[in-house]
Design a protein around this ligand. Sequence first.
Ligand SMILES: Cc1ncc(COP(=O)(O)O)c(C=O)c1O
Length: 474
Amino acid sequence: MSTAEFRRAGHELIDFIAEYLNEVEHQPVTTSIQPGDLFSALPRRAPERGEPWRNIIDDTRRHILPAITHWQSPNFHAYFPCNNSAPAILGELLSAGLGINGFLWQCSPAITELEMCVMDWLGRALNLPERFLFTENYASSQGGGVIHGTASEAVLTALVAARERAARDSDAPPVAYATSQSHSSVIKAAMVAGIGRHNVRLIEIDSRLAMRPDALAAQIAGDRAAGCKPIFVCATVGTTATGAVDPLRTIAEIAAEQNLWCHVDAAYAGAACICPEHRTLIDGVELADSFNFNPHKWLLTNFDCSAFWTSDRKALINALNITPEYLRNQHSESGRTIDYRDWQIPLGRRFRALKLWYVLRHYGLEGLRAHIREHVRLAELFESLVRSDDRFELPTPRCLSLVCFRLKGTDDKNRALVERLNATRQIFLTPTTVPLAPNGTPRFIIRMAIGATRTQEHHVRAAWDLIRQSADQP
Ligand SMILES: Cc1ncc(COP(=O)(O)O)c(C=O)c1O
């Protein structure tokens, strides 16, 4: 593609994206295509000869767009949001244009040093303790932040750092702690790290679906008595199912006393902690060893962008550093560089800091706080609408912009309601099951996750009207 063609195609593509984002609210949120439809509509082999760009774009419209679930629709209330925004899209574009791979500082100082800078900015915006930051004197600080692709990578790196730090003085099996409400990535991390899923203890939860610290302490004592080596606990702030919040401070205190690594998974809720009124959610984080949240969920930054901080980068680096001859260089040996390859699982890494920098500068912290506050307001509104209809109940407390609700009565009735709602394709909701009493049988609940970049009050009211009207249909 010549430079002239690239310019033309590029301008057209920006128009295409702008038009898509303008119009997406009028599209059904989900697609009607069936499994295998797209696969069978596409050729089985790549073309031998290059094709005109026009044909490729036409096929994008014809085949790809109809098979899309519109995560950027303001009527998308499933899972958790996956925000995009114009400045972040432009940051992604420039990152692709520069085409850099930044595994070592010398691969491109800008990738590393901009990332260090924005991670300190974001850490300060969350009021994280200084020990999590690079600070002015990064060469001698103990902590720092890194951008991973996902929260799953974050918890895996935290777990291997924990194992590294725990004395390797015995063959005792390492043990990690979470709850039934923790994200499945904790167990997956134990599987990948070779610790094994059977060595993740799921600690009892209370009536708010939060970890019981007394049960954690008892389980750690029991494991030690049984000859195991407790190394890691994951405290979740804002669980995936209902937004439950583990008592972070007490868990972190137990972890510190017992010499365990305490990782805080705030993948969704962490974004809200830039607002002082929500910062209490992570009270106690100053006692933890690592903290993670996903700006790509609810902070206007395109996927992928998962922000991870640790106060003990030495443990992380010791766990992940391996230096073949071809990676040696004088800068790394000077001890004055951060080489992010040692903070993550892959070697290669994208220029993700660029989009986060653009977002932070374009919106400013005030703009980002306004984004969060508006969605929390909309969730409060939705919660009050549910409360005003006595056919419904709110089985768990609202967490920020996540509201869980259900029709009073059987699980089947609720399952049928979600199926009816999603079949309209006007909104998209994902249900789940959770115990509504400690040790109770899991019950079916419906999640209304507000937070898509373009969701406004009329979308939430329209969603409620649809839910209300669908409630009594057979
Ligand atoms: C609380 C929590 N932790 C971890 C994850 C995993 O996120 P990722 O897809 O970034 O690995 C999620 C995903 O929604 C989550 O809700």
